[in-house]
Design a protein around this ligand. Structure first.
Ligand code: DAK
Length: 260
């Protein structure tokens, strides 16, 4: 996979996608969004890839937002189109059956924070800074920030971040549940890769069905969500991984999952 604004490496079942526009702090322009979407279509279809890590190039920024220079002259209709493209990309990431980890190496602002929110897990480097500063520019978050941030950290905290445009550091992001963990910058990728490896060693179907259960279940009331979980739990028993996983436990050995 070769792209203009993305670097993609595949390592032991993990795809590492680096957003590579360092001169613009890895800001998301149309081209980058289209490339991200294309990359996720490929990751979803590629059986070799089991986990995806998204990070930014350099040491200063994960993604400093949607590209302000590209957005400034947009008409209302063009802006709507741009927002729709951003939403589509976040949906591709969220709906990707494979877990997606954001490795946040610096500023994750505006569209960058929204990209991190579209991922399943957020690992923050000590220099990570999060924020939804769109109100400083006279707009609101346009790639799902008003919705996903509130769902993740709660309405009150999301409103505070979005209304003030304040930036928060990694410690505060961890405290409010925006970051899953904080690590030194030089350990960010290794930690994320180790987490990917841990996940890869589990039953792939189980991990994917768990993602589906959490993601779709959160949109349902508890009763229906639990019924949905029961259906997916039942489905696990159609896989050889379930037979192997339980047999391995009973035989006191490591399971050898085949993803079948
Ligand atoms: N877009 C374009 N260029 C950016 C950028 C961005 N978001 N962020 C930084 N850059 C560029 C800077 O312009 C500068 O370029 P040159 O001047 O060197 O050519 C270069 O990156 C380095 O930035 P600084 O010189 O500013 O570096 P500092 O270390 O001093 O500051 C910073 C770093 C990240 C704190 C600062 O650059 C900054 O505040 N950046 C903007 C952050 C921001 O406001 N992000 C939110 C963007 S708005 C919607 C669709 C989408 C959205 C909203 C609505 N609809 C269509 C409805 C989403 C909006 C956003 O994400």
């Amino acid at each position: 996979m070769t792209y203009e604004n993305l670097l993609v490496e595949i390592e032991n079942g993990t795809a590492i996608v680096t957003i590579n526009r360092p001169k613009a702090m890895n800001a998301l322009n149309e081209k980058t969004l289209i490339e991200l979407q294309d990359a996720f279509v490929n990751f979803t279809a590629d059986d070799v890839i089991q986990v995806i890590i998204i990070t930014g190039s350099g040491e200063k920024a994960f993604v400093a937002g949607a590209d302000i220079a590209a957005m400034q002259p947009l008409t209302a209709l063009e802006a709507r189109q741009f927002a729709k493209l951003g939403h589509q990309v976040m949906r591709h990431i969220e709906a990707c059956p494979k877990p997606v980890i954001a490795a946040i190496n610096g500023f994750a602002l505006g569209g960058g924070c929204e990209l991190a929110l579209g991922c399943d897990i957020r690992v923050a480097a000590e220099n990570a800074r999060f924020g939804q500063p769109e109100v400083n520019l006279g707009v609101i978050p346009g790639f799902g920030g008003t919705q996903r941030l509130a769902r993740l950290i709660g309405k009150g905290r999301a409103m505070e971040l979005i209304f003030t445009g304040d930036m928060i550091d990694a410690v505060e992001a961890y405290r409010i549940g925006l970051a899953n963990k904080i690590v030194p910058l030089d350990q960010l990728l290794d930690t994320s890769k180790k987490m990917a490896e841990t996940i890869i060693n589990k039953g792939p179907h189980a991990v994917r069905l768990a993602k589906e259960a959490i993601r779709n279940g959160l949109e349902l009331d508890l009763e229906r969500a639990n019924q949905y979980e029961a259906e997916l739990f039942g489905l696990c028993f159609a896989t050889t991984d379930q037979k192997e996983g339980m047999l391995a436990f009973l035989e006191k050995r490591q399971a050898k999952f085949k993803g079948k």
